[in-house]
Design a protein around this ligand. Sequence first.
Ligand SMILES: O=C(CO)[C@H](O)[C@H](O)COP(=O)(O)O
Length: 235
Amino acid sequence: MKRHDIQQDPWKQAAGEAAAQLVENDMVIGLGTGSTANFLIQALARRIQAGLHIVGAIPSSETSKTLASNLGIPITTLDEHQEIDLCIDGADEIDPQLQLIKGGGGALLREKIVATASRRFVVIADESKLVERLGLHFPVPVEVIPFAATPVRRQLEALGASVQLRQHEGKVFISENHNLIFDCSFPQGISNPAELDAHMQQIVGVVETGLFLHMAQSAIVAGPTGVKTISPPRA
Ligand SMILES: O=C(CO)[C@H](O)[C@H](O)COP(=O)(O)O
């Protein structure tokens, strides 16, 4: 289900490269997952080759871990470092409050674990990800224990979601945590993301949702007019 529009790659690259400049010596870094995060990882690797020293990076997926370690980025874990200085990750939708839908690549659980362990979370994206209201264009991915698939699906539908079991290359998609992903569409958009998230989290068998609410401190967004940093409005 993951869209990948190659035309947005230069903007994803610009956002990833700008975010790599935020990394300072001796930091522990949380690495996101996805095509924008890949550009960040490549840019960070170049900075490390040029002399930047980081304590280590904690990747949010095996894919990001493989890319980062192949490029010479030192890898560490949450067992060794419980506090991450800076987490940088992509998103599928970003609303004006910097509330996010994430998980298009299926890594939402580890992404949320890494982001919540971070003192600062910066989201990176091309400007096609900016939306006025979450959910109008992208479903909310929900990671679910396989044993609970049928009752969880019914309860998600009772919340108004149109539920699709994620497939990949003709097979049921299994997350790195051995779970299923239900993509939950809300054709009218999501009027109250916090309420929806709370209801979803209460369903026994739901492991995590792709709603990342009030977690990002800033967004680095790139488009045809350049790179800009967006902060959420003050409460
Ligand atoms: O949440 C994610 C993966 O689970 C990604 O960050 C999100 O899907 C954005 O991906 P991309 O940078 O490829 O557009």
